[in-house]
Design a protein around this ligand. Structure first.
Ligand SMILES: NC(=O)c1ccc[n+]([C@@H]2O[C@H](COP(=O)([O-])OP(=O)(O)OC[C@H]3O[C@@H](n4cnc5c(N)ncnc54)[C@H](OP(=O)(O)O)[C@@H]3O)[C@@H](O)[C@H]2O)c1
Length: 307
């Protein structure tokens, strides 16, 4: 099966860490950035990338389908209806697309049985968007991969994650952090690894499309699966020697005691309470990134980290 020569990529979500990482990794590959705001030029370059102003929520657009690949790190519930409009407004242009890679979230799996309405609504929106994307692409026989990453962390260019970096800030502020035992398992993925997967997929398509043995929906995580407490300890160890985050003591409480102490949150914020409950759940078992990219597994944390 002959691989296709790399086509230009139109990138949504360029102002996310994963989008920034894709820009850094793309090398000389033609890239157009689409979105509401143009990203800063890549580090060391003074020229901005070609920019396509495009609000995915603008119900009147698009009038013309982009060419080449579409890669999206924007919210999938905005991207999926936009793509459906793209197929109906410009069917010939859409049929000429090389393929689509869209980022969803492993929350579609891990929050499926959530008790709070916010998370149930999130799962519903993710599921609906994934189904709409699949329908749009299968109707026009366009190759599609939906990436469903778990916890994305790390820094690319000037952009950093807002989850593990916030945990690191918490470690800097608190002398002691209570945990439910050692916590459940996590499989965090660095934004650069996620971007590399998207690029790898655009390079691995053939005339016949993607490898049919691979699923369209690809839940993906980092190479390391580790307990919540170990993840925090590794984050502490990855800070500079004098960093205040190193001084925070991780206190493994019996899980029932932890939840009893957290119980008042059930009245104040059921969503936050369920997030604490989820600390004991195993949110892992996703395809490790090295299995897609080849090469040796990379230990957590992959650098650079957000400050
Ligand atoms: N953060 C995580 O741990 C995590 C975990 C699993 C999956 N994900 C998925 O990974 C991707 C990146 O996540 P994130 O948290 O870094 O970013 P995010 O907040 O989900 O998405 C922000 C990006 O989407 C673009 N965007 C939003 N609305 C848009 C619109 N109407 N038109 C055009 N562009 C729009 C933004 O561009 P501008 O604002 O610059 O226009 C920005 O680049 C998302 O698909 C997310 O669902 C994230």
């Amino acid at each position: 099966m002959a691989l296709l020569s790399p086509a230009p990529i139109t990138l949504f979500g360029a102002t996310t860490p994963s989008g920034q990482a894709l820009i850094e990794l793309a090398g000389g590959r033609p890239l157009v950035v689409a979105g509401r705001h143009p990203p800063r030029p890549p580090a060391g370059e003074s020229h901005p990338l070609p920019f396509l102003p495009c609000d995915l929520e603008d119900a009147s657009g698009p009038h013309q389908a982009p060419t080449g690949w579409l890669v999206s790190f924007a919210p999938i519930w905005s991207f999926a209806p936009w793509l459906a409009r793209c197929a109906s407004h410009d069917p010939a242009g859409f049929a000429a697309l090389q393929g689509v890679i869209a980022c969803s979230s492993s929350s579609v799996i891990t929050k499926r049985f959530a008790a709070n309405g916010f998370d149930r609504d999130l799962v519903h929106r993710l599921q609906q968007a994934e189904e709409q994307l699949a329908l749009t692409c299968s109707t026009q026989s366009r190759p599609l991969r939906i990436l469903a990453p778990t916890l994305i962390y790390g820094q690319a260019g000037s952009l950093g994650d807002r989850n593990l970096s916030q945990l690191r800030q918490l470690l800097r502020r608190l002398p002691l952090l209570p945990l439910p035992g050692h916590g459940g398992l996590r499989q965090p993925i660095h934004c650069r690894q996620l971007a590399a997967v998207a690029l790898h997929l655009t390079d691995s398509v053939t005339q016949e499309g993607f490898d049919p043995s691979q699923p369209v929906h690809l839940p993906i995580g980092g190479d390391d699966t580790l307990a919540y407490a170990t993840m925090l300890r590794r984050l502490q160890n990855a800070t500079e020697p004098g960093d205040a985050a190193r001084r925070c003591r991780l206190l493994a409480l019996p899980p029932r005691l932890f939840l009893t102490l957290a119980a008042p949150l059930l009245l104040l914020s059921p969503k936050t309470f369920e997030a604490l409950l989820r600390m004991s759940a195993n949110l892992s078992g996703f395809t490790p990134v090295h299995r897609i990219l080849g090469g040796p597994p990379q230990a957590f944390p992959v650098l650079p980290l957000a400050p």
